[in-house]
Design a protein around this ligand. Structure first.
Ligand code: SF4
Ligand code: SF4
Length: 83
């Protein structure tokens, strides 16, 4: 796995995948820090037990592929638990 940079460019890419993800807006993750780009910024500050898992769109994201990320659901589990 390569480190994902917390950059404007990566935010723009993340918006295309976390944005329409069924777990994202229905759980209000966009309203809670770090809002998105969880694979760089870490998991949501919303308690994981309060997030209803409706699936993860990271698998289609080029950042996921290009950084050889594993596990996905970074909003719920961050990166550490997924290595
Ligand atoms: S990390 Fe995965 S589950 Fe979480 S909002 Fe993004 S695409 Fe959805
Ligand atoms: S891998 Fe997931 S959290 Fe990371 S930029 Fe892509 S959609 Fe967002």
């Amino acid at each position: 796995m390569k480190v994902v940079e917390n950059s404007e460019e990566n935010i723009a890419i993340c918006k295309q995948f976390c944005g329409p993800c069924p777990t994202f807006k229905p759980n209000g993750l966009n309203m809670v820090k770090p809002n998105m780009l969880f694979c760089a910024r870490g998991q949501s500050e919303k308690p994981v037990e309060e997030i209803e898992d409706e699936g993860c769109s990271c698998f289609g994201c080029p950042i996921f592929r290009d950084h050889d990320l594993k596990g996905a659901w970074f909003c719920m589990h961050g990166l550490e638990g997924r290595k």
